[in-house]
Design a binder for this molecule. Structure first.
Ligand code: ADP
Ligand code: MG
Length: 438
């Protein structure tokens, strides 16, 4: 069936370049046929981006599976509404830059997890180059780093400043092309002339080699000297970035560092409600709670979930209201662990077995490093995979109050972001936990 082929194609392309965009679209079975594959995107920005950059990739992937190359069409779910809300290519003295207008401070939902990042980026946007230079925002994927970076850019554009937004990958490609074409003066002029330089996912520069990092270093110094604003995002704190020259790391740390943590439940719920309003999807509180408690913390995935529910309900459902059962079916691949089945005892038992520490030891505070780590993993799993409240978790693990739980979650987040081996260990425990509680 075409739908199976299309979903295989999507799954495949979601692992490669452009996955952040491709993961946002879904296949529209109803309007597709052997010669035409239609996909639905959340907005025109994503639709156009995929259309221009990845159409051929899609065609080839279909051809590899069916022997036939269909035309690829990417539509927006609600074309008329997004038209005023799309990315725009902004021509300024610094050259052309792509800013997504729908990433702004007004529609960024603020909670404890991201308040500091929000406040600081806003202060930077109010007075670029004056305070906090550079600002370095780090945290896991899908928590709003790019959104805040674009928000700074959109504000700066309003002030008439020359803004460049690039991903570290684009910066690197630009560098390589200019070296090859012997046009480095052009490159230097472009990046050193701007008032605001926004570089997203700077961790990608790690593997870029000395020359590109050197160029970045000099660009950085020159911009800072003339009080141009630099804002950077990364998946890790600078000190955990591997493959960077020491002097660059110290430049990253020379302004302000701020992290975004995974959203707490109420923030997640507010984000879901805001997305539903924007997407014009009506979901009951019960469904919103279900999504908030069952999906992970990656907001991009949550947006994808809402998008799928919306699109599937338009394409397949004859019912007027979206029901929880319908949502469960649509999201079944996104939600791997059924939280209701997991109890705190399952977590302590699994962690005890995997890390070889007694359950009784895990449940009580300790100074022993291994026990501290085991407790932290348990607390993290309890928060993410059970329905227990923060005070409930605090009392189970003999912690003073819910802020002690928060402290542990923050530490866990830092470790997961900085230590890949630790991350893998936690993933393994998660898998065991899911199996044990089936
Ligand atoms: P990151 O760069 O950290 O991987 P993004 O900034 O790309 O994450 O965010 C992923 C998606 O989630 C974006 O569409 C963004 O608009 C949305 N998002 C993240 N955090 C928030 C928030 N606090 N309020 C509203 N939308 C958010
Ligand atoms: Mg990003």
């Amino acid at each position: 069936m075409l739908v199976n082929v299309a979903n295989d194609v999507l799954a495949e392309l979601c692992r490669g370049e452009g996955k952040d965009y491709i993961s946002q679209i879904i296949f529209d079975d109803k309007h597709s046929n052997d010669d035409l594959a239609v996909f639905l995107a959340p907005n025109l920005f994503v639709a156009n981006f995929i259309k221009t950059r990845y159409s051929e990739l899609f065609e080839n992937a279909f051809e590899a599976k069916t022997g036939k190359k269909p035309s690829i069409q990417i539509e927006t779910i609600k074309a008329q509404k997004t038209s005023s809300n799309i990315a725009q290519i902004i021509q300024n003295k610094a050259g052309k830059t792509l800013l997504n207008l729908s990433y702004n401070f007004d529609n960024f939902i603020v909670g404890d997890s991201n308040q500091e990042a929000f406040v600081l980026t806003k202060m930077v946007a109010d007075e670029p180059g004056k305070k906090f230079n550079p600002i370095f925002i780090y945290g896991s994927t899908g928590l709003g780093k790019t959104h805040l970076l674009h928000s700074i850019g959109n504000e700066a554009i309003k002030k008439g400043l020359n803004v460049i937004y690039v991903t570290a990958e684009q910066f690197l490609n630009d560098f390589i092309v200019n070296v090859r074409n012997e046009s480095m003066p052009k490159f230097k002029e472009k990046y050193r002339k701007c008032d605001v330089l926004l570089i997203d996912d700077v961790q990608f520069l790690a593997s870029s080699g000395i020359k590109a990092q050197e160029e970045f270093f000099y660009t950085f110094n020159e911009l800072k000297e003339k009080h141009a604003q630099i804002a950077l995002t990364s998946d890790k704190a600078p000190k955990f970035l591997k493959g960077f020259e020491e002097r660059l790391v110290s430049r990253f740390e020379s302004g302000v560092l701020v992290t975004i943590n995974p959203p707490e439940l109420d923030t997640k719920i507010r984000i879901i409600k805001a997305k539903c309003k924007f997407d014009e999807v009506v979901l009951s509180d019960e469904i919103i709670d279900y999504i908030a408690t069952h999906m992970g913390d990656n907001i991009r995935e949550i947006e994808g979930a809402i998008l799928s529910i919306n699109a599937y309900s338009r394409v397949t459902s004859t019912e007027k209201n979206i029901t929880l059962d319908f949502v469960k079916i649509v999201l079944k691949d996104l939600i791997k662990t059924e939280k209701e089945n997991i109890k705190l005892e399952d977590i302590t038992n699994t962690v005890s077995k995997e890390l070889n520490i007694k359950v009784s030891e895990i449940k009580l505070p300790s100074k022993n490093k291994k026990i501290v780590e085991a407790r932290r993993i348990c607390i993290y799993l309890a928060k993410n995979y059970t329905q227990n409240s923060m005070p409930g978790i605090a009392s189970y693990f003999s912690l003073k109050d819910h802020s002690a739980v928060c402290h542990n979650l923050k530490k866990m987040n830092e470790l997961l972001n900085s230590d890949n081996n630790f991350k893998i260990k936690v993933e393994e425990i998660k898998n065991k936990l899911a199996k044990n509680s089936e």
